[in-house]
Write a protein that binds this ligand. Sequence first.
Ligand code: ADP
Ligand code: MN
Length: 262
Amino acid sequence: KYADKIKTDPIKKGPKITRDRSNRATVEQVLDPRTMRFLAKIINKNVISRINGCISTGKEANVYHGDHEDPEVTTREYAVKIYKTSILVFKDRERYVDGEFRFRNTKNQSNPRKMVKVWAEKEFRNLKRLYLNGIPCPEPVELRSHVLVMEYLTKGNGQPSPKLRDHPFKDVEEIVHYYHQMLFYMRRMYKVCRLVHADLSEYNSIVHKDKLYIIDVSQSVEPEHPMALDFLRMDIKNVNDFFSRKKINVYPERLLFKYITE
Ligand code: ADP
Ligand code: MN
């Protein structure tokens, strides 16, 4: 019965969700009944009234576009990230949660449904931390189990703002500018938010309103995590590799590690 409330309308890459007669069936095929119940709760809170096309299909989550069909209510658009409740997908992520005292609750770790909820909650809390501490990121809006609603970073016309990977740089100054901005945010994340992203790359940052926005923080860990500094070295390497490929001189990784942590 909740499916009735979800009107769909593909904006771009949304082949699994269509507006035809089989609409309800296809939506339910993608979003299982449990997910639909959590979505219904969000819809009942009047945050969004419909789910549109799919922005991204990933290994661990899909991201959908959501808004209000009545433009009188609000013109805000949202990104709805729905974690997949499959066991296999989350198996290799255990190491991120294992050393995290915030989420150390062993009874969760054997149950994929609970794990997926832990991941969504982790992302929601980490996003809040960034958002409240001056790191540009999507504003976290709602969380219901494994369904997370956040601000949609858009360049207009419903189109998502590009990942750093897809941003068309104007000139070398702009490349250097974003490199420095990324390093500054890494330092601020570490020092002020007390988080290491742990999956930072040109794929998990978005160029929006002439600024870098950090996304995808479900795996981020606090500096006390036993692997935190290894994750940080990995982040530094990913960032340096990307900007090296853009043909600018990058700082030595060891120097950056000191800059971020000291
Ligand atoms: P995954 O775990 O699948 O990598 P992400 O959080 O990185 O999940 O989201 C996948 C993709 O969806 C991103 O690379 C980005 O292009 C898009 N995306 C995610 N969140 C937003 C958002 N708030 N606004 C616009 N696009 C987003
Ligand atoms: Mn990602």
